[in-house]
Design a protein around this ligand. Structure first.
Ligand code: FAD
Length: 419
């Protein structure tokens, strides 16, 4: 669909490795090798700019017309998922050898942000798949596991990250799912709750304890595929991001071959901690895009809608609210990009990621709520789609660590730095 973009990307930076498939966005270059040493946070490589343009076009033209129906039906349109794969957006950081775009982490963040401007449900589908599932395979998978699963995840199979359980959310490592060795296999028993993408997914990363006597040091990450016997027990009905599937999964003597242990026995807690630190930047990007999307929809309306003989957006009371919201979105943007660039540069980013996620979710709730008010009565109806942003914003303060958990992380850093 946007072949011009891929061709332009190739002209800019010749590919050194062949990709498995032709993609709208594909690049072998990694982190801003051409960037000056000191730069503003919203400086992007030419490839990142092209990616942004391509995702914007996909989001507006392909996702946009389906948003309302997907929300009402509480179901992701399969053509949106296949479109994301076709666009090369499901293997953004995956190497070209494995069929991915081999691009930067910031590229993934940009894609998540742009998708969220149009539909935060589509954004989180892409986010979980890229920043959690693909990254676990890329960082901790064996060569055999990477060769087998990364091409599938880049080409056609959706992934799911299964950590939370009915009795372990914030206290994730209190998980109860057990894995017991049986010859060359592991037998998994237990349940997972609130698992994003799980209704459509075909590859699952499941965290289970192989030795409860060791506490969290028994937690191990397993690769499962749907055909191994994952039962979808319940699909949740939710306040927001309703097109994104969230299900309870049951494992009843599910057999997983020994070679599907990812990262080693007992290494699951380390994988989960590290990956969720990165993943939080993705959620920050989702909330940032959401806030901008609500702002973009409501503000133009305020310059069209007249009351007392003038556009409502030109009353000082409105102007100041709009200006304040613009500042808040910008602060969320800077925190998010800063955390992303620090991660790319190999610097510490845990505190910055927690700050970005916390603040972007505050801003998303605040701005999307105001956007409804700026549009008055029509903002409250489903006609404009503005109210949907507000419903969708609430989840930012809950998943991948609640706001309290982010504050707890930030407070630990503050105490360390100042005591
Ligand atoms: C739509 C959706 C999608 C999700 N997707 C996934 C997924 O793909 N994979 C996955 O593994 N999980 C997923 N989750 C689960 C999500 O990560 C958890 O819901 C989240 O971590 C919070 O856990 P909890 O719901 O058990 O809340 P609880 O941990 O029970 O928290 C309840 C309240 O207590 C507060 N609290 C808890 N502990 C503390 C503390 N120490 N200090 C201060 N306050 C505290 C919390 O901030 C919160 O306000 C999803 C959840 C939802 C709703």
């Amino acid at each position: 669909m946007f072949r011009g973009v891929i061709q332009a990307a190739r002209t800019l930076r010749p590919r050194t490795k062949p990709s498995l498939r032709c993609r709208t966005f594909a690049s072998t270059s990694l982190v801003r090798s051409d960037a000056p040493t000191v730069t503003s946070l919203d400086t992007f490589t030419e490839e990142e700019v092209m990616l942004r343009d391509a995702v914007q076009k996909f989001a507006t033209e392909v996702v946009g017309p389906k948003v309302r129906d997907m929300d009402e039906n509480e179901m992701m349109d399969p053509s949106v998922i296949s479109g994301l794969f076709e666009q090369g957006l499901m293997g953004i950081e995956t190497s070209a050898d494995h069929g991915g775009a081999e691009s930067s982490f910031t590229s993934a963040i940009i894609a998540i942000e742009e998708l969220a401007k149009v539909d935060p449900s589509v954004s989180v589908l892409c986010d979980v798949h890229n920043t959690l599932v693909n990254t676990v395979f890329r960082k901790y998978g064996s060569k055999e596991q990477q060769d087998k699963f990364l091409p599938l995840l880049a080409e056609s199979k959706l992934g799911s990250f299964c950590l939370s359980e009915p009795a372990s959310g914030s206290d994730a490592f209190a998980l109860q799912t057990r894995a017991t060795k049986d010859g060359d296999n592991w037998i998994i028993n237990g349940s997972k709750m609130w698992i994003t993408n799980s209704y459509e997914a075909e590859v699952f990363l499941i965290f289970a304890n192989v030795d409860p006597s060791k506490g969290y040091k028994g937690i191990t990450c397993f690769i499962a595929t749907k055909d191994m016997g994952i039962q979808i027990a319940k699909k949740e009905q939710k306040l927001g991001i309703r097109a994104s599937s969230t299900c309870t999964l049951n494992f009843d003597d599910m057999k997983i071959p020994a070679e599907n242990v990812l990262g080693g026995e007992g290494k699951g807690y380390k994988i989960a901690i590290e990956i969720l630190n990165e993943g939080r930047i993705g959620i920050a990007a989702q909330m940032l895009g959401l806030a901008q999307g609500a702002f973009n929809k409501a503000v133009p309306y305020t310059y069209e809608r007249k009351q007392f003989g003038q556009p409502v957006g030109t009353f000082q009371g409105m102007q100041f609210q709009i200006a304040q919201a613009a500042i808040e979105i910008e602060t969320a943007r800077l925190l998010t990009y800063n955390a992303a660039r620090r991660k790319e540069e190999g610097r510490s980013f845990t505190k910055e990621a927690a700050m970005a996620k916390y603040w972007a979710s505050v801003v998303a709730q605040r701005v999307s709520g105001q956007a409804i008010e700026w549009a008055g009565g029509v903002g409250f109806t489903r006609e404009t789609g503005i109210e949907k942003y507000w419903r969708d914003s609430k989840i930012g303060a809950i998943y991948e660590g609640t706001s309290n958990i982010q504050l707890q992380t930030i407070a630990k850093f503050v105490q360390k730095e100042h005591s």
